[in-house]
Ligand binder design. Structure first.
Ligand code: FAD
Length: 133
């Protein structure tokens, strides 16, 4: 539950929410110091985007949607710009370039369903216990 009428059941777990909350926190700390009333958090949805493959992304803005190569370029640009400092931008750019050239899958997760041992234990308690003994 939140005090934000547009997101009563909670905010999406996105960086934009964290950034906006951080900005409001700084603002409210100044208010607290000056003994002014605090302001509640209202999330402003600026849209969301995701890379789905090499050269492909989706961009979902409050007033439109686009995908494909242009969306991929927009994703790269938007994520590079807020990185603090020129040196960090260059480091990130080279890191991305390396991953792009080598198809480095370090950050991709492939999750396959496994047999649920706890479920087996509940359904067939004797069999599981015998198996361990
Ligand atoms: C795999 C993954 C992919 C994601 N992809 C996206 C995405 O594509 N787009 C998007 O918008 N969001 C994405 N998110 C979510 C986004 O990363 C989070 O919403 C955002 O980082 C939250 O920011 P934060 O500042 O609240 O927390 P964090 O970024 O987690 O920062 C908290 C910091 O506090 C430090 N810390 C924790 N405990 C202590 C302590 N006791 N003392 C000192 N320091 C401490 C941590 O080390 C960390 O640096 C993703 C998250 C994950 C895990």
């Amino acid at each position: 539950m939140t005090a934000d009428p547009d997101y009563e059941k909670g905010h999406p777990q996105l960086a934009q929410v964290a950034i906006q909350q951080g900005t409001l926190l700084a603002h409210n700390l100044r208010h607290l110091y000056k003994k002014h009333p605090l302001e509640p958090f209202r999330y402003v949805n600026k849209g969301s985007m995701a890379i789905i493959a090499k050269y492909k992304a989706v961009v979902d803005l409050p007033k439109g949607f686009f995908k494909g190569f242009f969306a991929w370029m927009v994703w790269l640009f938007i994520h590079l710009i807020p990185i603090a400092g020129f040196r960090n931008k260059v480091k990130l750019f080279f890191s991305w370039s390396w991953s792009f050239l080598t198809n480095d899958p370090t950050l991709r997760l492939i999750i396959r369903p496994r047999k649920n041992i706890f479920l087996q234990t509940v359904q067939k308690p004797n069999k599981i216990i015998q198996g361990f003994i």
